[in-house]
Design a protein around this ligand. Structure first.
Ligand SMILES: [Zn+2]
Length: 388
């Protein structure tokens, strides 16, 4: 059996098939050709020795910023792919209706890595870190969002609003912006991602307007507005929203991940739906680094490996309504594969509030295969703070 790549002897973890075990994986023509306990007759052009490594579907990062040059947050997308095992990334509203066409032309269409985008309610997108994009209501452009999604249905998959008071304004102005984002999502038949910041609207009240498939990102942020009541209990409205299908996404970021919140939520059996990084220029070199580091933080918090993989592959694929082709290693699907290396030691992990915890497992991307091709470069153990 001729094939392009044979991944030999790795521990395959594919939640989409309920599969965990040592397997050989053959890839041909950009697709998964075969997964078997052993493929001795394979005649591969390239072989990856994955013994001792995890072979999982290409990671899907549901929250990044990759409109480089346009936004002070924008990263170059392609280097993030081999470094983080990420084969599909969702840009969370760096562009709005005025510049999504430029984002597509200059970034999405040029990148090798699959990029999808949410369209910001603000027509100019996320251009300035110092002044919120919806502080002036005249920037809100729900009809522009709808038109943009109609014009780019293959890559513009939903709507984004950053609902912090320094971004959308106080009181009624905040609500007007929020309502328009909801309308844009409904009328474009897509979904809404809400960044919860120090929001002028209480989270339970925003959830009243959110439907299954809509998403709260930064779900484990600390600060004044959080998914927990003042006493530390998960808001009943949050739990109820998760049960009816609202997505709770990690979106770690520079200011949106607090150990104590994660711990309290997990102790109450409240897990995130999806793990994502919110990678941008200001957190790439810590505390976020990449997807595998963010995933390792959930291992530290006691979430089983298989579920951590599911939250980073199968589930985000479902959020994107692409579970038939992404987030899976089923035969015949796109050959996006992340080969992750578990390192054992004492690693310092830092949350967004500069609090450190020591974890004993650090995942890194040893090899990334994108649409059936090995991506040059790779992660491995890069600069890390090692514990004493
Ligand atoms: Zn973000």
């Amino acid at each position: 059996m001729e094939c392009d790549i044979l991944i030999r002897g790795g521990e395959v973890i594919d939640p989409s098939q309920g599969l965990r075990g040592v397997r050989d994986v053959a890839i041909r023509g950009g697709k998964i050709l075969s997964i078997e306990e052993s493929l001795p007759d394979a005649e591969p052009t390239n072989t990856v020795d994955a013994r001792g490594l995890y072979v999982v579907p290409g990671l899907i990062d549901l929250h990044v910023h990759v409109y480089r040059g346009h936004s002070p947050f924008g990263l170059e997308p392609d280097p993030l792919c081999p470094a983080g095992g990420v084969t599909t990334m969702l840009d969370a509203g760096t562009a709005g209706s005025y510049n999504f066409g430029g984002f597509r032309r200059d970034v999405i269409d040029k990148a090798e890595t699959q990029i999808l985008g949410l369209v910001n309610l603000s027509c100019m997108g996320l251009v300035a870190a110092n002044l919120g994009e919806l502080r002036d209501r005249r920037y809100a452009d729900p009809q522009g969002v709808i038109n943009t999604i109609r014009e780019h249905p293959d890559v513009a998959v939903g709507v984004k609003i950053r609902a912090g008071r320094h971004i959308i304004g106080e009181g009624e102005q905040g609500w007007e912006n929020f309502r328009e984002a909801v309308i844009a999502a409904r009328e474009s038949n897509t979904w809404l991602m809400v960044h919860i910041g120090e929001s002028p609207m209480p989270i339970p009240e925003m959830l009243d307007h959110m439907e299954p498939g809509d998403c709260i990102t930064h779900c484990f942020k600390g600060g004044g507005e959080r998914i927990l009541e003042p006493g530390g209990r998960v808001f009943p409205a949050v739990r109820e929203a998760a049960q009816r299908g609202v997505i709770f996404d990690v979106g770690h970021g520079f200011g949106s991940f607090e150990w104590d919140v994660v711990e309290a939520a997990l102790q109450q059996d409240f897990e995130p739906t999806t793990i994502s990084t919110d990678l941008h220029t200001k957190n790439l070199h810590g505390p976020v680094y990449d997807m595998p580091t963010t995933m390792s933080k959930f291992l530290l918090m006691g979430v089983p490996l298989t579920r951590v993989i599911e939250m980073s592959t199968t589930r985000p694929a479902a959020v994107l309504h692409r579970e038939n082709e992404l987030g899976t290693l089923r035969e015949g699907t796109i050959a996006d594969v992340a080969i992750l290396q578990p390192h054992t030691g004492r690693f310092v992990f830092t949350d967004s509030y500069r609090k450190e915890r020591i974890g004993e497992t650090l995942l890194t991307a040893a090899c990334t295969i994108r649409r059936g091709e090995m991506v040059p470069g790779g992660g491995g153990l890069r600069m890390r703070h090692l514990a004493d």
